[in-house]
Design a protein around this ligand. Sequence first.
Ligand code: FMN
Length: 183
Amino acid sequence: MTVLGISGSMRKDGNTSLLVKTVLEQCEKAGIETEFISLAGKKINPCLGCEKCKENDWCIIQNDDWGAIMEKVLEAEVLVIGSPTYYYDVCGHVKNFIDRSYSLYHRRQLAGRKAAAVAVCSNKGGARTIQTLEGFLNSHEFSYLGWVRGKGYLEGDITKDTRALKKAREIGDKIVKLLKPQD
Ligand SMILES: Cc1cc2nc3c(=O)[nH]c(=O)nc-3n(C[C@H](O)[C@H](O)[C@H](O)COP(=O)(O)O)c2cc1C
């Protein structure tokens, strides 16, 4: 699998999912393989701060879904990570997912992969959501392809944000250029 999209929203088919999928669809049109994962219904426990990952290079928490999803991130060439905005920042599930990636930070296991950030808010705070996602991506030394921020409140509202949909397709085009430069 080449491009992995993750939506951290507990709304499986909510605005963040739709915006992440818009990026993926653009890649699929160019024949690039994609996979989409929603964190809805997934169990992602918080980081314990135990620092045991410094010896293991992997998180010691085994009884949840974090490991399987992180394996997919490691396999992917490009990560498109999206979060809804909760209190001017990423939602809790996304924060837990990010915090647990500390276990891969020590040996920079994610370095060199490419990534884009996606955020949705209803009114304010989307910029900080993007900043938090950028903090995650920059810390891990991903090559950053850019961001898209959209607006919507109820599920599906994002389909009215034509500017955000356009930007999501542009990010998709950027990914296509990188993965299929001959096209
Ligand atoms: C707990 C909670 C906190 C929220 N905080 C904000 C906020 O700070 N700013 C904002 O503009 N919207 C906020 N919203 C609205 C969501 O960002 C908005 O509904 C978004 O479309 C949700 O995306 P989703 O459909 O992918 O879950 C909040 C919603 C919830 C449930």
